[in-house]
Design a protein around this ligand. Structure first.
Ligand code: F6R
Length: 585
């Protein structure tokens, strides 16, 4: 969360800051800001709202200079306001800071610094960092020693980047459990939370490790531990596959990503078999298996458990990443912990992975974005290979996760299986007009329920999650059999209920649940392979082997949420209050 970028260049870096920040906006879009070293002073522009708003502000009153910082915020401490937008500047304007993460001891530091005469201008946890740096610089310390002082005082997780008026040729960066990397260009260096910010300028990257400080200069970077010991600098050439995303002719990234799923599933199984083999070998040896994930990735984990159970006769427990502590006593050297994360940066998942590593367990991970913090701390990684997912709502990454788990559990997927899936997903996409009709009905209501059994149960959860985040409608996903244990009381005349009902072993029982709803006046929207008089509306699901239904059902569920959101005029690619990469607890 929060996107950060700092650049030391030769000419004016301000236009580039705005441009690079736009590519980081998926990390948070409550407010945006930038600071530029202009004629020996730090000039700041900040605004509530989008990077485009910041860009307009910049065009109206341009700032310019050869060093600068920029930030896109996802608010944690302090409301969404201009004064809480980053960068924050020290009392006398000696330094500016941008931050991603949470400083846990900010309240006590604020009190201490206030008593020394520091005037705070925001309600953020971040601002303490720049006042701490100011103290150290005022005591005559250089950037490295001053940075070490700051690191010594802060508790929490952070990626911090400072601009210092007295040191115009260096940017100070520090990292503790939050992503940060340095791009080395020609006569310029860029520090950012994601390589996407600078991949158009350079693919030569230094990944900063946790608990390190970096002194970034135009001609390179020096890295130190928090106690001042210099660390070797390893430069990695990033693969050019990290291309800049483009919507092409699609109205939103979200619909583009929904539509590209048939190709994506094909790509996902064309993996280098090596990583799949390691994964399976570790799982075969395991005494205990845990699947750890959050949000949509958690729904993929529920399906993974089922596939591994059916095909490898492996029993696994699925854990919400934010709840891993209840199970961590079992993360021992006989355990394999499988972490699933599109971004590879979800803080809750990283914490669980660190706990697992610390207790001697083997950590396997499945990621899409690469490089990522999760893969760096894993024993083995499989990658989705579906390219950047820009829409905040997970779509193609989810179907890719499910397909990859299927392939892992089976020891591969045949060409025939891939063709079956691809064809069925294309047929599901062709139902878009029918789904728009259903969306018009759902958009009129306040609530919508999703029901499924067996492999369709995680899809009921996923359908509801997509509806909540894209359309801001109250939605619940339920195991079909649970309806009669309470939720049926919610069903009233016209209540829409999506019944995920493919003709698999669950068909007859789920149909009975649909009938129970219908007889109480509810509106049953059947997502099924065959029509039925029980359904008030029908969306056809192409018939496939039973295990593929989740992948095929995902498509109309995503389309439904997308079209309801579109009809309600919601911010589809960037739903309110959300961010693509959840790097705080
Ligand atoms: C839902 C969504 C979120 C993410 C969750 C985990 O559409 O996008 O629920 O699935 O934040 O993110 P990753 O997979 O990056 O760990």
């Amino acid at each position: 969360m929060c996107g950060i970028i700092g650049i030391l260049g030769r000419g004016d870096v301000a236009p580039y800051l705005v441009d690079g920040l736009g590519r980081l906006e998926y990390r948070g879009y409550d407010s945006a800001g930038m600071a530029v070293m202009e004629d020996g002073a730090i000039a700041v522009l900040r605004t509530v709202g989008t990077v485009e708003r910041l860009a307009a502000m910049y065009r109206g009153s341009p700032v310019s200079g050869a060093a600068g910082l920029a930030h896109t915020r996802w608010a944690t401490h302090g409301g969404v306001s201009d004064r809480n937008a980053h960068p924050h500047v020290s009392c006398g304007g000696e330094a500016a800071v941008i931050h991603n993460g949470i400083i846990e001891n900010h309240a006590e530091l604020r009190e201490e610094l206030s008593s020394k005469g520091h005037a705070f201008k925001s309600e953020t946890d971040t601002e303490v960092a720049v006042h701490l740096l100011e103290e150290a610089l005022a005591a005559g310390k250089g950037p490295l020693e001053a940075g070490m002082d700051v690191a010594r005082r802060l508790r929490g997780q952070y990626a911090l980047v400072f601009l210092m008026r007295g040191h115009p040729d260096v940017i100070l960066a520090m990292r503790k459990n939050a992503p940060l990397l340095v791009g080395l260009g020609k006569g310029e260096s860029i520090v950012a939370s994601d390589a996407l910010a600078f991949i158009d300028r350079t693919n030569r990257v230094v990944f900063l490790e946790d608990d390190t400080l970096a002194l970034v200069a135009r001609d390179g970077v020096r890295v130190y531990g928090f106690l001042g010991q210099e660390r070797p600098v390893v430069v990695t050439d990033l693969a050019q596959e990290l291309t800049l995303p483009d919507k092409h002719d699609h109205e939103h990234f979200t619909i583009k990503e929904i539509r590209e799923q048939p190709e994506a599933v094909e790509r996902v199984v064309s993996q280098v078999p090596g990583s799949m083999t390691i994964f399976r070998r570790e799982l075969e040896k395991a005494k205990r298996v845990f699947f750890v994930a959050a949000g949509t990735s958690y729904h993929a984990a529920l399906l993974a458990k089922r596939y591994f159970s059916d095909h490898m006769k492996l029993y696994g427990e699925v854990i919400l990443a934010s709840e891993y502590r209840g199970s961590e006593q079992w993360f021992d050297d006989g355990a394999v912990v499988v972490c699933i994360s599109q971004s590879g940066e979800t803080m809750d998942v990283l914490e669980a992975a660190r706990s697992a590593k610390g207790r001697g367990a083997t950590v396997l991970s499945m990621v899409n974005r690469s490089p990522s913090s999760l893969e760096m701390l894993s024993d083995a990684v499989v990658k989705l290979n579906v390219g950047p997912e820009v829409g905040v709502a997970a779509t193609k990454s989810f179907t890719a996760q499910v397909v990859l788990f299927y392939a892992l559990a089976r020891g591969g997927a045949s060409e025939e299986e891939v063709a079956e899936l691809k064809g069925a997903m294309e047929a599901a996409l062709a139902q878009e007009q029918e789904i728009i009709g259903v969306a018009e009905l759902v958009a009129k209501g306040r609530d919508v329920y999703f029901l499924g059994r067996g492999v369709s149960y995680p899809m009921a959860l996923e359908g509801a999650l997509k509806m909540k985040e894209l359309a801001y409608l109250h939605a619940e996903g339920l195991a079909a059999g649970e309806l009669k244990h309470g939720p049926l009381a919610l069903v009233d005349s016209g209540t829409p209920l999506v019944l995920l009902n493919p003709e698999d072993e669950t068909y007859a029982e789920t149909m009975s649940n649909g009938a129970e709803v219908k007889s109480r006046g509810g509106m049953v929207i059947g997502f099924s392979t065959a029509p039925s008089p029980t359904y008030d509306r029908f969306v056809r699901i192409p018939p496939v082997r039973a295990e593929f239904y989740p992948v095929v059902e995902a498509v109309p569920l995503q389309l439904l949420a997308y079209h309801v959101a579109r009809l309600l005029d919601k911010s589809i690619d960037k739903p309110r209050n959300l961010a693509k990469s959840v790097t705080v607890k």
